[in-house]
Structure formats: C-alpha cells, structure tokens
Write a protein that binds this ligand. Structure first.
Ligand code: ATP
Ligand code: MG
Length: 202
C-alpha cells in the first residue's frame, strides 16, 4: 500500500471511531427543555452571539424578547434590522454606560424598569427566547439583586431559553447556567486605533 492510500484508510478508521463517539453523545442528549446561557469574558462577540441566536430563533418562527440594559443609544444595526421582524419585542432599558449618564439614581431607575419588563417576559410561556444583554453590569454596580434574577430565571416556563451577556458574570450566575462561554480578548482592532465599524461593532 502506498503512503497516500494508507493515510486514507487510517483517516476512514479514525472517522468511524469518532462517529461512534458523537452518535453515542447525541443519543445520550435526549432531554428537551429551555436552556440558560451566559456569554461573558473580555473579548468581542458576546452580544453579537446572542443576536445570532435571535436570528436562529426567528427563523424557526419562535417568539423573542430582547432587553438591552445599560447601553441605550438605539442606533445599532441589529436593532434597526430586528425591529422590522415579526415575533420580536426589543426594549432599550438604559440611557448609556454609567460613566456617560453619571447618575446612579437614573441608572438604577432604568435598570429596575427594564427588569420589570424582562420579568414579565420570563413568566410568559408565549416567549421562546429572552435575551438579557449586558445584564452582568447591573450586578456589578449593585443595581439589581442577583438572587431575585436567579429565582425568576429558575421559575421561567420550562421550554423558554434565556441568554445573559456581559463581562465579569458572577460565579452564581455561571453556576446556574446550562451553557457558559467565556470569550477571551486576544486582540481588538480598537486598541490599534481603528474606530468602531458599522456591521462589525455596532
Ligand atoms: P459585540 O457586541 O461586538 O459582540 P461584546 O458584546 O462582546 O461585543 P461589549 O463589552 O458589550 O462586547 O462591548 C461592545 C462594543 O465594544 C463593541 O463595539 C465591541 O467591538 C467593543 N469591544 C468588545 N470587546 C472589546 C475589547 N476587548 N476591546 C475593545 N473594544 C471591545
Ligand atoms: Mg455586549
């Protein structure tokens, strides 16, 4: 046997073993229920990943509610695009980052008002996916009770998916989640002086 056909044969055998492992894992994952995801870390890609799931869910005809905490400029591509879609609720629950508004009282009031609406979505069985974008900052600044949020998430409708994004997710939030991704900041164009780019950053 020449080297190339031996390599092909080895590859086929390796792929057959791999397929058996993957098939067994798929057979084990038989539970069907809503999942709770946390997307955290200092790298870029948390909110845009959440919006990718919004697109997936809408594509399946599912109903989605998005709550954007802290950031509230309202001129992002995702908001403009998704607001045109049916089956979607989009709420801006903040006026800007805390160093822009410089008013703790106003930030707390906006966070609480946003959370009241989010809590309603988290108890509504007609909503299939709830995005709580940049929610982690509310815990960091003490604007919202983590215990209360965890208890509302835990008692949501069984089929409802929830995604929380934001840096420095508290340990208890990650512990409660089914899926946690920590996106590492390897490099970011902004640090090389490149402005935030429409379509990429907003
Ligand atoms: P995105 O919305 O692009 O997925 P993100 O949700 O992971 O980003 P945030 O911390 O919410 O990140 O910040 C949003 C904005 O800040 C985006 O314009 C993003 O490109 C930028 N950004 C994210 N991470 C970094 C970083 N490590 N350094 C500089 N800018 C960043
Ligand atoms: Mg974000």
């Amino acid at each position: 046997m020449n080297e190339e056909s031996e390599r092909s044969q080895n590859h086929t055998a390796r792929m057959a073993r791999k397929k058996a492992v993957v098939d067994a894992a798929i057979a084990r994952a038989s539970e069907q229920r809503g999942v709770f995801l946390v997307l955290t870390g200092n790298g870029k890609g948390k909110s845009s990943s959440a919006f990718g799931m919004v697109a997936r869910a809408l594509g399946h005809g599912m109903t989605v509610s998005v709550f954007q905490f802290i950031k509230g400029k309202g001129d992002t591509g995702e908001q403009t695009f998704f607001q045109r879609q049916a089956n979607l609720q989009w709420e801006q629950c903040g006026e800007g980052f805390t160093w822009e508004t410089q008013s703790r009282e106003r930030d707390i009031a906006a966070a609480q008002a946003g959370w009241d609406k989010a809590r309603a979505a988290l108890s509504d069985p007609a909503i299939h996916l709830v995005i709580l974008d940049e929610m982690t900052y509310l815990f960091k600044y003490g604007y919202l009770s983590l215990e209360e949020v965890l208890s509302v998430i835990a008692s949501r409708p069984a089929h409802q998916h929830v995604v929380v994004t934001g840096r420095a997710a508290p340990d208890a939030l990650c512990a409660a989640a089914d899926t946690v991704s920590e996106i590492a900041d390897v490099k970011h164009a902004f640090r090389a002086g490149i402005m935030a780019q429409p379509g990429i950053d907003l």
